[in-house]
Design a protein around this ligand. Sequence first.
Ligand SMILES: Nc1ncnc2c1ncn2[C@@H]1O[C@H](COP(=O)(O)OP(=O)(O)OP(=O)(O)O)[C@@H](O)[C@H]1O
Length: 285
Amino acid sequence: MNSLISVNNVSKSFGKKQVLSSVNFSVSAGQIVGLVGPNGAGKTTCLQAILGLTDYEGDISVLGHHPRKDRVNMLNDVAYIADVAILPKWLKVSQALSYMQDVHKNFNLEKAHEFLAKTNIALSDKVKALSKGMVAQLHLALILAIDAKVLILDEPTLGLDILTRRQFYTHLLEDFYNEDKCIVVTTHQIEEIEHILTDVAFIQQGQIVLAQSTEEIKKRFNIVAVANEQLPQADELKPLFKNSMMGLTTMLFDNQDKETLQGLGQVSVPSLADVFVGVMNKETC
Ligand SMILES: Nc1ncnc2c1ncn2[C@@H]1O[C@H](COP(=O)(O)OP(=O)(O)OP(=O)(O)O)[C@@H](O)[C@H]1O
């Protein structure tokens, strides 16, 4: 597969505090990767290294460019949303569009107009007069109108209501994504983006603890609603996660034989959030 981003053995410290330790992963065309981890795990630092916004040890290549040494060329084909609230408040929507057209050679004004026409945002509106959700939509219009190969989204829907969050991801798939591009997205609301992810990378204390396609994850992990009389046998198989509620115990298993699990109770495919909780409770995976 055609690798658009490759991160090899990347480490990063702030003073004595190591926040990334030998991080390795790659992202190919067509992949939508969720970088998921608890608060302070190193997600933003990792994305900033990929974008050349912070220095690091190790090697990163984005579309063949070095993010620090060749940043200007790299940014022709990379788009980035860091935070929905960073557009200047005094800016008019029309000025934001002209600015993007002036500074970005791959910005398509017509596409931005088309996108904005689907919203309640007027070209004459100032950013300060827009609601948070509308600022996010404007931001998205500006970013999706860039014909970028790589899109990096760091918690792009933070603070937005559920309808706007859903709309955001729908637009992302319909108006930006195609098989020549890749997206890396961080979020704490994994259940909301699970359906769009092709791959996930779980990060914990600066280390990637699991990096796999969502398809492989669904095959590898199983949730079992364990019957009470089977609890001792189930415990022997060392579940990653165990939850008992109202007399019913559910357990998450990694790489266990399906038939054996079926003997313990009803087996189902876990959500990525279940797998995340299980993997985070385990030291290594
Ligand atoms: N500029 C900085 N100076 C010192 N420490 C920093 C700096 N930026 C981040 N850190 C530390 O690096 C670690 C990782 O932070 P980072 O922002 O990458 O985490 P995150 O996974 O994005 O967290 P969150 O989900 O809370 O946004 C944290 O312990 C944080 O305190």
